[in-house]
Design a protein around this ligand. Structure first.
Ligand code: ADP
Length: 227
């Protein structure tokens, strides 16, 4: 599903590598936690996958798409395969919950009838039934993150990247979000989660990749745990 072969990223000639020769293989339907201190290179890794950034060297293949062969016109197709959520939600403040999610479908040209059919289903999945008409500032942090997740998965991506999605949430809401990511993973989506929350890392018993100074220093398989 995701393949990185000796990927190095330098943001400028003078700066040190943000990532150095990172190789990684993630199977379809895996749930992978990426950890590392601030500046380790986690966001850079995520940005390379979404093609927000290009590697300085090395190979990236995601969902059968070889990034070396990617044309600009292929990028929307790639982005449809990858949903992304962030720590700060990035919702549209002047749109309702329903409209925030619908927007992700409008921009790919889905008909109004299809949108009206699809959005309630995904809001139900994330536990936001009844909140359709509310605006982001009328919601709790956990609810806002649910809207962001609904928007990220409404086009049924193969991969969901969650970059510190619990960073702004209290422990209860953080766990609600993690449980939602697990549910989405059970439905067959590959999930990449970056987090600083050690309790989440310990309790989840999933594959954990540790990045330090731009390299993978540990890759602890799910099977490495006694369940
Ligand atoms: P993390 O997400 O683990 O905190 P990042 O991937 O954001 O780490 O950063 C890795 C390194 O790359 C850091 O040294 C950071 O300063 C640098 N970096 C990140 N983004 C940029 C950028 N747009 N321009 C220059 N340097 C950057």
């Amino acid at each position: 599903m995701i393949l990185l072969d000796r990927v190095t990223k330098k943001y400028s000639k003078k700066s040190p590598d943000a990532l150095t020769s990172v190789s990684l293989h993630v199977e379809p339907k895996e749930f992978v936690i990426v950890v590392g201190t601030s500046g380790a290179g986690k966001s850079t890794l995520m940005k390379l996958l979404t093609r927000e950034e290009k590697p300085t060297s090395g190979k990236i293949i995601v969902g059968g798409i070889d990034y070396d062969r990617l044309k600009d016109r292929d990028i929307p197709r790639l982005r449809r395969k990858i949903g992304v959520v962030f720590q700060d939600f990035k919702l549209l403040p002047n749109r309702t919950v329903f409209e925030n999610v619908a927007f992700a479908l409008e921009i790919v040209g889905m008909s109004k009838a299809e949108i009206n059919h699809t959005v309630p289903k995904v809001l139900d999945l994330v536990g936001l039934k009844g909140k359709e008409k509310q605006f982001p500032d009328e919601l709790s942090g956990g609810e806002r993150q649910r809207v962001a997740i609904a928007r990220a998965v409404v086009r049924q991506p193969k991969i969901l990247i969650a970059d510190e999605p619990t960073g702004n949430l209290d422990p209860k809401h953080a766990w609600d979000i993690v449980n939602l990511l697990l549910k989405i993973n059970r439905y067959g989506t590959t999930v990449l989660l970056t987090t600083h929350n050690q309790e989440i890392v310990n309790k989840l018993k999933r594959r954990v990749i540790t990045i330090k100074d731009g390299t993978i220093v540990q890759d602890r398989a799910k099977g490495g745990y006694k369940e």
